[in-house]
Design a binder for this molecule. Sequence first.
Ligand SMILES: Nc1nc2c(ncn2[C@@H]2O[C@H](COP(=O)(O)OP(=O)(O)OP(=O)(O)O)[C@@H](O)[C@H]2O)c(=O)[nH]1
Ligand SMILES: [Mg+2]
Length: 729
Amino acid sequence: MAQKESRIDKFKRLVSQQDKIRNVCTSAHIHHGKTAMTDNLLAAAGMMASKNAGDLDAGMMTWQHADEQERLLTVDSANVSMVHDFQGEEYLINLIDTPGHVDFSGNVTAAMRAIDGTIVLVCASEGIMPQTETVVRQALKERVKPVLFINKFDRLIKELKLTPEAMQERIVKIIANFNKLISKIAEPEYKEKWQVNIADGSVAFGSARDNWALSLPFMKKKNVSFKDITKIYDMSEEERKDWTWKNAPLYEVILDMIIKHHPSPVEAQKYRIPKIWHGDPESEIGKDLMNCNPNGKVAFVVTRIIVDPRTGKEVAVGRLFSGTVEEGMEVYLNNAKSRQKIQQVFIYDGIKTEPLPKIPAGNVLALGGVVTNASETITSEPEQSFEEIKHIFEPVVTQAIESKKAADLPKLISVLKQVAKEDPSIKVQINEETGQHLLSGMGELHLEIVTNRIRTEKNVEISTTPPIVVYRETIGKASGEFEGRSPNKHNVFFMKVEPLEDPVYEAIKAGEIPNLKIKKKDEVLIAKLRSLGVSNDEIRQYREIYDDCVLLDKTRGEVHIGEVIELVMEAFEQIVDYGVLAREPCVKLKVSLVDTKLHEDAIHRGPAQVLPAVRDAIRLCILDAKPVLFEPLQQLRVDTPERFINDVTRIVQARRGQLMGVEQDEDRLVVNCTLPVAEMFGLSNDLRSATEGRAAFFLVDQSFSKVPSDLQDKIIRQIRQRKGLTENQ
Ligand SMILES: Nc1nc2c(ncn2[C@@H]2O[C@H](COP(=O)(O)OP(=O)(O)OP(=O)(O)O)[C@@H](O)[C@H]2O)c(=O)[nH]1
Ligand SMILES: [Mg+2]
């Protein structure tokens, strides 16, 4: 008798059948049911007790941290893999369940790099929400194809008691709104191509919690009508479970949709690679990437660093775009510029990692033994890196943190470094002198989760200050030319600073131009800058793009420039990181090196000479260019029952908020407004208590705007005082 194939052997076989792989993620507005769906898919694949699926009391399988269980929300992405039979063939589905809360949206961006398709969930009752738009943006930016699952359909049946006709109308409306989003956001080529469609089954609807789903093709196959659906909640629970398992099984409808409508890695890489990797497509690695070649050169992008809960060891999760990774293989880390050895290669089996001796291109997997950071490109030999994984929102809230016990000082530093690795949207600034470190995150909840994990999971007792806002510095006009002299007086740098042109700034912010040191001719960048209206002369002068600022080299015929330009870049980065007014980060600066006088002898123009000279010159320029402080603003959507509208507008206006408009949406009013982040602390409590908990707000977008002039000096003074800066620091 033939022996039954073990599950791990099955995975081993399927990882190399590239046309039978689908790499996907869930994505949605907060709480629209991503994790309930993921858990139910896992249960059906026999990877967890089906009894626990979607049962919040018993705990979601994919919640690996206690805080997720306590707060009933997803913080970390969870990788799971499963096998599904479709038309007589077995498929391997690598699925990442992403968080919905906007504070953790960095994890969504990272997941989008690893996968090729996403199932966007939309609550049937709430419809498209601000975060739905955000996740569609995140997906399309990485050329990840969306399909739609309209979830919580039970609410239409049980709470709203809709007729079959009204149900269909609701579905049509949600699909139309979803397709409108795609037309609005997608690149021209995908506006039409990626529209979802009820007839072809790229839309499904159902209840993730109650473990059922349907699509139009599936309804036809099973001969199920909308009228039948209206009746299922009149059945006893047992009856309903039997009926839905037979006529509307969630796992079958969703996994069939994934297999039919999402691309295999081979198909996807043909159009995704040109978007996320800007090397030469005709080179050997370029061809390997485009073809997802398992026998080609290795190219792996790290999307997340996680600590395996079972072993306590760090693993690098990501996507293998080309080649085959094996245990014991030596690889090159292109950002770190170092060689390391892969000790283990893991695939996900359900939620657990399982070591395999080797895994070929086209899979989401994890590497053990490689100590690295998210966004790293791992290859066999030095190669062109992938585009940086750029997060859509920036950390704008900061907390100072200190260890309570002196003995924990060194431990806290290593824990903070670890936290910054594990969480792509946390920024850590370590100050070994004062012992007071700064942790910046997306919002209050983000910092609360991270600081609690430092206490409970990393076991360091810490004290924290209340959250404060991170400001930005920029300039109001072009400066004159200013010089900076090196301490030995032998080198002079002449600099100029201007506001960066809007089109270039917007393109950098949108992630269309990555952080970059320009060492050789970069055709993609040249074409991009030209399309943004930059003159050919200036394009040639571009040397670096760094955090929303650019550095140009306008010197001519300076023989030693090649030897000092790296140091000029370093000084430029230092000023961008710590501006002039209050040592807050700078934005929208175009800094030009205009001329230099350099000592003949390299020994007299080392870092100790060049760095302070360049910094001084840039500082003088900025001071001449009407420096201003920018504050982060959040564009919010506040949903409220009509009777509380006056309370809501009062709260918004009391916090320096601006009302942009009020719209009626079904049974609620939708208030669009903009608030300074500095005024947002405690907003959710205020709103809750003024509206009996009925109003809720959602982040639509983030921007920076000039601090009102009457507040600027006061805020600068406060920041400088907090940082302990003296007059001329
Ligand atoms: N009525 C109803 N409730 C559902 C359904 N699916 C999920 N829920 C509930 O909605 C809430 C959120 O479900 P989750 O699965 O955690 O949603 P999520 O999208 O993973 O949430 P985040 O990851 O925190 O954004 C829970 O209370 C679920 O029980 C559904 O089909 N119908
Ligand atoms: Mg979740």
